[in-house]
Design a protein around this ligand. Structure first.
Ligand code: SF4
Length: 355
């Protein structure tokens, strides 16, 4: 077990208005907040000393109260299709992973919100070691910044962010919302709400809270099963938050925000990928403003899950289409590196243990 240091908060955990309040307390003018955000998010400096239009005293006060989080890159793997997978080290020694996916329409960054995860989905390597700790908002922001620094080298920018890396985002709710506001802020990373997607395994009370935040971001539910029996086998969270209550919460979300939800549906050979399951899924989501994203899941050796054949994936998709469901199949990226959630970290951990 790694000891967590007691440290100053990351400056990237501060939203603009919080920074203005801090400046007011330090008898500094409000406009300094704009200058500081400019150094952090536009010039992307790595130390307070580089903020040369601030007085030495102000730079000292900032560094007394905050740390300017930078993530140490332990490994950077680049796939033939351009996908980049980072393994970063946090200041207390834990490691997290972040993936940059390259699309024709831009670059998307997939961020991690927790070190490990306690949700226990049976198909997921990230949950095998349990939850170690939550990430600070600033540590999530720093992943996007580090990805942007890497893209700076080739003159490209991060155009979208997906919160689908390791961890359950709603199990770390306040830092998550702070992170979303900072990357969306035009004075921050200025990533449009419609270009941000978050996915949850279904922590129902937080779905209601999130609907009430009225953020215009894309919202996905990791559903993975058409019935409560199958979902409980794949996702133990279904025992705490049942499928019918989850559907009620999703319905509330779509009505409150006027936005559709995406249901993520990983296909597991023989478990949830048969024709009857497609019919059950169509029944379950009938009448909901939604979209289904079918995910061909990689084998999870530790859990004995196998991939669904391409033929079966297309059969499943066809049934949904015939039932009037809006459905797509997720394009796989980074196949030649360890791009499935948690695989890289699990591998590193094994190597650490072996070492
Ligand atoms: S799939 Fe996501 S929520 Fe489920 S155990 Fe893995 S990291 Fe946690």
């Amino acid at each position: 077990m790694i000891e967590t240091e007691t440290e100053k908060p990351s400056i990237f955990s501060l939203q603009f208005s919080t920074l203005e309040a801090w400046l007011k307390d330090h008898k500094e003018p409000k406009f300094r907040a704009g200058q500081i955000f400019d150094w952090l998010y536009k010039k992307r400096v790595t130390s307070f000393d580089e903020m040369t239009n601030l007085s030495k005293d102000l730079r000292e006060s900032l560094s007394n109260d905050f740390r300017l989080t930078t993530l140490k890159t332990l490994t950077k793997q680049e796939s033939k299709d351009g996908t980049i997978k980072f393994l970063f080290e946090l200041s207390d020694g834990y490691s997290i992973e972040t993936v940059v996916m390259r699309h024709d329409y831009g670059n998307s960054v997939c961020v991690t919100t927790q070190v490990g995860c306690r949700i226990g989905c049976t198909f997921c390597a990230s949950t095998l070691g349990g939850l170690k700790r939550n990430l600070e908002a600033g540590e999530i922001v720093a992943q996007v910044l580090q990805a942007q620094r890497s893209l700076d080298e080739v003159g490209e920018r991060v155009s979208s962010v997906v919160v689908m890396g390791i961890g359950e985002p709603f199990d770390n709710y306040e830092p998550l919302v702070s992170f979303l506001k900072t990357i969306n802020d035009e004075k921050g990373l200025n990533i449009g709400a419609r270009h941000i997607t978050i996915s949850t395994s279904g922590i129902i009370p937080k779905i209601y809270d999130f609907a009430n935040e009225k953020l215009q971001i894309n919202f996905a539910i990791s559903l993975h099963a058409p019935t409560t029996e199958i979902r409980s086998k794949l996702m133990p969270i279904n025992k705490a938050y049942s499928l019918d209550k989850l559907m009620e919460a999703v319905n509330y979300y779509t009505e409150k925000t006027g936005r559709r939800v995406t249901f993520e549906y990983g296909l597991f050979g023989g478990v949830n990928d048969q024709e009857e399951h497609a019919e059950q899924l169509a029944d379950l989501i009938k009448g909901l403003k939604c979209h289904v994203n079918l995910i061909p899941v990689n084998d999870v050796v530790e859990r004995n899950f196998v991939r669904t054949s391409r033929n079966q994936i297309f059969k499943f998709e066809k049934i949904l289409k015939n039932r009037g469901v809006n459905v797509t199949i997720r394009r796989e990226q980074g196949h030649d590196i360890d791009a499935a959630c948690g695989q890289l970290r699990a591998k590193e951990r094994k190597e650490e243990t072996r070492g």
